[in-house]
Write a protein of this length. Structure first.
Length: 510
């Protein structure tokens, strides 16, 4: 069995038709031949296609090879067309080839007909495959979600474009002939796009262009294509206006913001986060930068409620951390938005609001609040630095400040972490001993006096001894803060009347 072949034969001679069929069979074909002699028969045969090849005599009484070839062209059929004739001139044969015929053979030399048919069928298949590929390319280009165009790199002329490009930049019109890309789209920096086309590949990031007079931002991507001796650029205009302004807005936020996926990979970080942690990149594992031995594992996954925050230390700075848990559409895992707010300044302001600027201990405001909260089962000691006025008068205010700081440092060394030590003003101080007995308190005061006696004021190459007087009052059930302070103050006055450098315990109210 030979190779199957559906052959449309334009021939009026039975003998010549038999010669053609025999030549094909000898060449290994098994032809199914349909012979036509007129235009009508040709029309009917074309309707019964498809045909693998057409072999046509040049002259027929009522038809001709040029007529048959024109019918194929009108139908848009790419079928191998081979002219087989007894005697036509070389010029006529050349005209036929120029008109679309694929080969020309003399009837007395049909030995190579089978090879010509095979060659032309193969080439026709290649042409069909190329057309399918080009059609597929056109379909893909048209369907591109981003506005895309094919541009001649030499002239910057637009060759073809996607439907999205036509809709966005031409309305519902058609691509104009011989117009440059810059004539269709107005870029704020056209030279960037021209340089990109000249380079042939790469991306012009955050390029500003105008759509209906409104500035927008796009990443213009370029891919070089060499085709049939010419160089083209496939240009994709990826509009990132919303993302650009959203990123700019997040970068303007002073707080560090990180978006963390359910797999603990980084999805986004703003500029403040990069300033805090250094180089950050999409998809990196966040555990090494966020984990802390003092915190629970993956602490950032625990959502914080309104007004709730965690205090975290990064880079020797305190940060308030808040976590919002959400889920991306279609994602089964929860993601997290972690916000870190630097609270160093706020903590400093809070410290200044509750601490004495000179000595660093608590101020009267904080002490009053602590006294109100810890009134029960506490002991209050009011303590004044003795002979403070002569130090100020004789040595100056700087020496007076040094005396207060020296005194404060002495006292702090003898106090526990729960004791509240405050400066009430000038040389007046107070110590609240929560949950202390009177014996515990007097022992602490004696230690303070003993250390103070061994720690003179050192100033301007000389020394001056320091001492203090103290009044102590133990709270009872009927005490108010004012009453407790009044009893301690009377005890302090008694200590000063006894010659200073001592303490007096106020009697319990009957």
């Amino acid at each position: 069995m030979g190779k199957p072949l559906r052959l449309l034969l334009v021939e009026d001679s039975d003998r010549d038709a038999a010669y053609v069929t025999m030549a094909l069979r000898r060449g290994g074909w098994s032809p199914e031949v349909r012979r036509v002699e007129t235009r009508d028969e040709m029309m009917a045969a074309l309707g019964d296609g498809p045909w693998d090849a057409v072999v046509s005599d040049y002259h027929l009484p009522r038809f001709s090879a040029p007529d048959a070839l024109e019918m194929l062209r009108q139908r848009g059929l790419d079928v191998p067309f081979i002219v087989v004739s007894g005697a036509i001139g070389e010029e006529t044969a050349v005209d036929m080839m120029r008109g679309g015929a694929h080969d020309y053979l003399l009837k007395d030399r049909l030995a190579r007909l089978h090879a010509a048919v095979e060659r032309e069928i193969e080439q026709a298949g290649q042409r069909r495959a190329k057309r399918r590929a080009e059609s597929l390319f056109q379909a893909v280009l048209r369907a591109s979600p981003h506005p895309s165009v094919i541009v001649d790199r030499l002239t910057e002329t637009v060759i073809d474009g996607s439907s999205s490009f036509i809709r966005q930049f031409l309305g519902e019109g058609q691509l104009p002939d011989s117009r440059k890309l810059s004539e269709i789209i107005r870029f704020s920096q056209q030279e960037r796009v021209s340089q990109l086309l000249a380079r042939g590949s790469g991306t012009a990031w955050h390029t500003v262009y105008y759509a209906e007079g409104v500035p927008r931002v796009a990443n213009v991507r370029c891919y070089s294509v060499e085709h049939e001796g010419s160089s083209y650029a496939f240009v994709v205009i990826e509009d990132v206006t919303e993302q650009h302004y959203l990123k700019a807005a997040f970068d303007a936020v002073p707080d560090a913001v990180l978006v963390i996926g359910g797999d603990q990979r980084l999805l986004y970080a703003n500029r403040a986060a990069e300033a805090l942690f250094g180089t950050l990149y999409f998809g990196m594992d966040v555990e090494p930068i966020l984990s802390r031995p003092s915190l629970t594992e993956r602490w950032w996954l625990q959502a914080t409620s309104r007004f709730e925050e965690r205090r975290i230390v990064f880079g020797e700075q305190p940060w308030a951390a808040t976590s919002a848990v959400f889920r991306f559409a279609g994602d089964a895992n929860e993601s997290t938005i972690l916000t870190l707010h630097n609270i160093a300044e706020e903590e400093e302001l809070a410290r200044l609001a509750t601490h004495d600027a000179l000595t660093g201990i608590f101020n009267v405001r904080h002490f009053s609040a602590a006294l109100q909260e810890g009134l029960s089962e506490s002991v209050l000691a009011l303590i004044d630095l003795d002979h403070f006025k002569p130090i100020n008068d004789e040595l100056g205010h700087a020496a007076g400040d040094a005396a207060l700081i020296t005194f404060t440092n002495v006292v702090r060394r003898e106090l526990g972490p729960a004791d509240v030590f405050a400066r009430l003003g000038g040389d007046e101080f107070a110590i609240l001993f929560p949950h202390h007995t009177l014996d515990d308190t007097t022992t602490a005061i004696e230690r303070i006096f003993d250390r103070l006696a061994r720690t003179p004021l050192r100033w301007d190459g000389g020394t001056r001894p320091l001492s203090a007087s103290c009044g102590i009052a133990v709270t009872d059930a009927a005490d108010s803060p004012a009453a407790l302070r009044a009893r301690a103050d009377r005890a302090l006055y008694d200590a000063k009347r006894q010659g200073r450098g001592t303490y007096v315990v106020a009697p319990t109210e009957p």
